[in-house]
Design a binder for this molecule. Sequence first.
Ligand code: ATP
Ligand code: MG
Length: 403
Amino acid sequence: MLADAGYRACLVGGAIRDLLLGITPKDFDVSTDAEPEQVAAVFGRRARLIGRRFQIVHVRFGRELIEVSTFRADPNAGGRDDRRVDANGRVLADNVFGSMAEDAGRRDFGINGLYYDIADGCIHDYVGGMADARYRRLRLIGDPDVRYREDPVRMLRAVRLAASHSLAIDDAAQPPAALLELLADVPPARIFDEVLKLFMQPAAPAIYAGLRRSGLFGVLFPQTEQVLNGPGGGASEALIEKAIANTAARIEVGKSVTPAFILAAILWPAVRETAAAFERDNTPAMPALASAQAEVVAKQSARVALPKRFSMPMRDIWHLQPRFHRRRGKQPARLMAHERFRAAYDFLLLRAEVGEVEHELADWWTERQKDAASEGSQSDHEAKDASARKRRGGRRRGGRGRH
Ligand code: ATP
Ligand code: MG
């Protein structure tokens, strides 16, 4: 439709990359020389203008949402439409429109910088992306030092894409040790979005390994890294790896997953160690755990935002752990009635697997649930029988009443 209106329209970025690498793209992005208002005019009510700093247009095609962005130039390189920058200042700094070639140069990796022109079916390659795809390599466009400084999140993207797409990171594009700490200056909310992309996907185990190897994990989760690299860090590493592998396997078969579980596992080593330190200072176990949770979460939030909807269940998973040791009287039934019991129990299993608690304890809870389930289904049946009786009785009574 953009082409009918005299504009160029290209598929760009991840979708072209995935198609070339033999992967089914999960979404399609379009890039065009039409400005956002012009795109909106072409698509009418199906279009919605989004964003201010980086204005794009969302276009609805049935149930699909296509993101349409206008070719952009690097504003620092003296874009052609400086008026927009002057008139509107910083807000529109990223809305300096440019040519397709300029747009390609702003992208991160060669394989992410390819354009498929929808009208003529040609792939436009200004950045050597075709060769990168052929040799399955991940290469930064331009000078790696400059490009990583511009946006340190690209270091995380490099590790993620290399692992998820089986690409070799070009030597020059290996995240340099000297720049890792720059990630600490990126807003925590943006890092959180990226953390979800890193861990909530089937390739998460390989991504985690890449983050550890490159040192990026330590910048994201410094408190955990300290425990992992300290004495006895092996069990903690195993716990994190198992949590990540579990989630990845569940995603692969389409089961439900929550980031709260992964975050609970990643931060648990730091929480456990901090709680132990409080206990050495004679704080009783429960308050020690509570204080440790608060401290670890507060420090962590400076790096990675932890939205309440995930941090609340994460904290529940932690603070329910000591309650698994209380097996007398009504305590187990009460614990099992907790809305987060299932996640906390799964977490207990992980801890048992890495030797943090006795297998016997985890097994006891496994058995206990089986008992509860069979009791539950029995009482379910009884309840159904009772209500069926009641209904029948009710009808009878009603019947009698009518006669
Ligand atoms: P995914 O499969 O995770 O969606 P993607 O490459 O499509 O991968 P997006 O975040 O959707 O990632 O970005 C779309 C495109 O925008 C990328 O292919 C790339 O060309 C460009 N891009 C994204 N993030 C950056 C960045 N930080 N720096 C430069 N270009 C970027
Ligand atoms: Mg994408």
